[in-house]
Design a protein around this ligand. Structure first.
Ligand code: DGJ
Length: 728
């Protein structure tokens, strides 16, 4: 039965309503979370319009909303003149799709999660689009995707297939985008959107965050602020090509479309099969970007990352310690040192494999996942045992999607790689990508993981690397007509492999790595415990890269390693304490050769690792509050507050020497104003005088700390402080 009321109330957790016909009465379809509402209306022409997204309204006010004439899901070939969310060409050559409202349902999809599905149907063809919305109540996150299906006699060619279309009618719009390159990922830049289109996208197929991330802030009516102002944060959960289009129309309305990049990806959809788009995740805050980040972090720990409720381990990685140059003895000694210093896991990186073509540099051997007996005569098992003897866990590096042409795998299966016939091989880092659209290749990639883990049951951790993107995008597996499916089918193949891996290996931790931070997204992270954000481990640069990454992704899973100086990439020399203080603000690790450290530095490291264990729970499970941005301040600061607000930890870093001293106050945030907190400096540098000393050990109210703040001078470039707050 179709209700005739003016609006419907949400909040009941069971299936609320299933409408199957249309009435002339006004129909509002709200998708609500604890604080937000996204409201649709079906108009008298049976068209679905998005009429509101923002702070939750009283449903009785919905009829007072001025409804736009913009389609909720604009299609090509109708009166719509804006960018199309959907463009389909039917078998008879008809290029139009005219969608009208058919029905909607709202049902419970887990604890505190509500799924609303709005079905739209074409007025002529048996062609349906479902707009799906999962509303995560307490985190105020909406996950939106679309499902396209038809029962026409022949396939329909899809040219555009967006996940979402959002519509805004405001005074002005500011867009913060995230961009970069290898070793300088996740930089932030804000621009005012002017008439016309601003497109952020990736056409790379794999490792698609190499130059830009599918994340953004959209600030309404002014520039984005940390603790004030209306802002939307969004990110597309998809490791393939992606596109975020911001289109300001002739009336200053903004149309925001997210989805797989339609670029070279037209998809032939057979009858009765569902084309499911990736999820677009977004949240709204009227209290600035800080809230947006916290919404994403909380959401991610429950839904967006593998075992987000589990403590992450510290580790020592041999990559920057040895690169390819190691043997059993060298590694055994590193394992001992790692354990003595207090790390919980040793990670063996690239270079341990290859027989006919040993992997002694990056020119050969990728794809041949048998142990290099010259380097490791007793196999991986020996090293796993060494780790066990030393009471730490063992992890291993794999890059299972890739192959060097100089490998036994390529010699045997040259048709398994992505490339075009009659064109030269296009190599990056001397390697090619295996074509995961091919089920045989999927099986092989799975077997690499399965073989490595089943032959060495002691392996507790995998670093899954991926060091190039797609060029020459042809598939020897896809048919000539379906070559344009490659970008999409690759991703599905990738997930098929990951599903199988996780079905069998639930307790193995996995790090998502892609030549640094080239692949970080919320479709892949549900399989991974942590991620590597950059090969640049220079602590100063890391402050910026971590600042950018944690806008959307939680620090608990952000691997941050202390490395040697001068830094291998930047050549910069930075005090060990500063390097630790930066790494300790996320998930601490190390990437250096312990035997090259002075006894003093080793001692400092041992203590720092123990200090990290003392704050790990707050950093990994607390809420992040950003205090001073490195983009606009000489001193930068951030803090984490435990959920019960009994503990917090503040990190502050001086980026540049200030001759007269930097006195920027740290106005804390997120504390309980009623509680009293004792402030204690941790990870102290025994050698230097601290201007924090007069405050050390003192007690202040949360209110004072959030109004007056912590005030102390910092002088020298690379001064840093970690201050723990404890309330009884
Ligand atoms: C790129 C990764 O980002 C590095 O950490 C390291 O694992 C190398 N690949 C190994 O080739």
């Amino acid at each position: 039965m179709f209700p005739t009321k003016k609006f419907f109330l949400l909040g009941i957790l069971q299936v609320l309503f299933a409408a199957t016909a249309f009435s002339e009465n006004e129909v509002f379809i709200p998708v609500t979370t604890a604080n937000n509402a996204l409201v649709f209306k079906v108009d008298n022409n049976h068209k679905l319009r998005q009429c509101y997204y923002g702070d939750k309204l009283n449903p009785s006010d919905y009829p007072s909303i001025q409804v736009s004439t913009a389609d909720a899901f604009p299609t090509f070939g109708t009166s719509n003149i804006n960018e199309a969310a959907l463009r389909a060409v039917h078998a008879d050559g008809n290029t139009s799709t005219e969608l009208i409202f058919d029905s909607y349902t709202t049902e419970k999809a887990g604890d505190g999660v509500e799924l609303t599905t709005i079905t739209l149907k074409d007025t002529f063809f048996p062609f349906l689009v479902k707009l799906c919305f999962k509303a995560y109540q307490k985190d105020n996150v909406i996950e939106q995707w679309s499902e396209i299906r038809h029962t026409e006699k022949k396939p329909v060619m899809l040219y555009n297939f967006a996940s979402s279309h959002l519509f805004f009618s405001d005074n002005n719009y500011y867009l913060t985008q995230f961009f970069g390159n290898w070793a300088e990922e996740m930089k932030m830049e804000e621009v005012k959107l002017t008439r016309g289109q601003k497109v952020i996208e990736s056409k790379l197929g794999v490792r698609t965050n190499s130059f830009a991330h599918a994340c953004f802030y959209l600030s309404l009516n002014g520039q984005a602020q940390e603790n004030a102002g209306k802002v939307i944060g969004g990110t597309l959960a998809w490791p393939g090509t992606w596109n975020l289009t911001f289109d300001v129309d002739q009336l200053n309305n903004l149309h925001m479309i997210s989805g797989i990049n339609p670029y070279a990806s037209q998809y032939s959809l057979k009858p009765n099969t569902v084309f499911k788009t990736p999820s677009f995740l977004y949240t709204y805050s009227s209290e600035g970007t800080g809230n947006v980040s916290r919404n994403f972090h909380r959401w991610a720990k429950q839904y967006g990352i593998y075992r987000g409720d589990k403590t992450r381990t510290t580790l020592l990685n041999n990559w920057e310690a040895t690169y390819f140059n190691f043997n059993e003895e060298v590694l055994s000694n590193i394992i001992k040192d790692a354990s003595n210093m207090g790390f919980e896991l040793f990670l063996l990186d690239d270079g341990w494999f290859g027989d006919k073509h040993p992997r002694n540099d990056d020119t050969q051997g990728l794809g041949d996942w048998m142990v290099n007996k010259k380097k490791l005569p007793n196999g991986l098992g020996y090293l796993v045992n060494e780790a066990t003897k030393n009471k730490i866990k063992f992890g291993i590096w794999l890059e299972p999607e890739m192959v060097n042409p100089k490998s036994e795998l390529y010699e045997k299966h040259p048709d398994w790689v992505i490339g075009q016939p009659n064109r030269p091989l296009d190599l990056q880092r001397n390697q090619l990508i295996l074509d995961l659209s091919n089920p045989k290749v999927q099986e092989y990639v799975y077997s690499v993981i399965d073989k490595t883990l089943s032959e060495n049951p002691g392996i507790a951790y995998i670093k899954w690397d991926c060091n190039r993107y797609i060029t020459n995008s042809g598939s020897y597996f896809e048919s000539p007509q379906n070559q344009s499916h490659l970008f999409i089918d690759y991703v599905h193949g990738f997930f098929t492999v990951l599903d199988k891996v996780r079905a069998k290996y639930k307790n193995v931790s996995m790090m998502l790595c892609s030549g640094g931070g080239g692949r970080i997204d919320y479709a892949t992270l549900p399989y991974f415990d942590e991620f590597w954000i950059s090969d640049n481990t220079d602590a100063l640069d890391r402050i910026f890269i971590q600042w950018g990454t944690t806008q959307f992704f939680p620090a608990m899973a952000l691997a941050s390693h202390v490395s040697a100086c001068p830094n291998g990439i930047t050549g910069r020399t930075i005090p060990l304490k500063f390097r630790f203080d930066v790494a300790m603000s996320a998930k601490l690790g190390m990437d250096l050769q312990p035997k090259d450290m002075s006894p003093e530095d080793k001692e400092f490291s041992k203590k720092a690792i123990q200090e990290y264990y003392g704050i790990r729970g707050i950093v990994q499970f607390g809420d992040l509050y950003r205090l001073l941005s490195p983009y606009t301040n000489t001193r930068t600061a951030l803090m984490y507050v435990a959920e019960n607000k009994n503990e917090a930890v503040v990190f502050t870093y001086l980026l540049k020497k200030t001759i007269t001293g930097n006195t920027q106050p740290l106005i804390l945030n997120g504390l309980d104003p009623q509680k009293t907190y004792t402030v204690t400096e941790i990870n102290k540098d025994p050698k230097s005088y601290s201007w924090f000393s007069p405050l050390d050990g003192k007690t202040f109210t949360g209110e004072f700390l959030m109004k007056y703040g912590l005030r102390f001078t910092m002088y020298n470039e690379y001064d840093s402080k970690i201050i723990k707050l404890t309330s009884k």
